[in-house]
Ligand binder design. Sequence first.
Ligand code: F6R
Length: 242
Amino acid sequence: MEVIILDTEREVAREAADLVAGLVRRTPTAVLGVATGSSPQGIYRELARRVAAGDLSFARARAFALDEYVGLPREHAESYHSVIARDVVAPLGFDADLVRVPDGLDPDTDASTDRYERAIAEAGGVDLQILGIGTNGHIGFNEPTSSLASRTRIKTLAPQTRRDNARFFSSPADVPAHCITQGLGTILEARQLVLVAQGASKASAIAHAVEGPLSSMWPGSLLQLHPHATVIVDEAAASELQ
Ligand code: F6R
């Protein structure tokens, strides 16, 4: 695992954007895995800037989102369908037909999560997966104790995650209780993992992911199993590394 520690959030975003841009320039039809939440926002802004400047195009690239809330209408501003459309598809100029988000509304979750896994496989797998990390160490919404071999499935959000994500909703009670998330086994199959984290609230999760024992209590530690994982953090998120 490569760990890159930089001074500012802006530098973290630029460094990660360089990796994504390099891939898409080499392989315009690349398959990206895209995270939501605050952590990758700077990456998307930086990539959008390069697209607007004519330096980069995602027109032929594909993307798969990591997760989606269960039961939230797609048009809800905080559904990950909306977030991906607003923060990724439009500013980066993806073809919306080539971008998928798990279905949080299909009552037959087994069938819909199987379809999601098949769609990733049929696209040839994910070339580069962008990841954030939860304060409790989750990756995607694979909360502590998730199987390291898990596939896309329904999960219950941990109380800590619902508290952390309450900032996106008008009240904590509005944060959905369940989600559909790519599994840790699914994420591990991406050919490259790029995890970004900023701020002191992520320091413990980063230390466990990078230096802790491999443990389902800290799902981020699964990155230690991956042959091509890059962790890009600012000084605050790196502050508990030895
Ligand atoms: C989002 C996701 C989550 C977030 C994590 C950190 O698609 O899969 O793992 O990356 O909850 O969220 P932020 O970046 O908002 O701190």
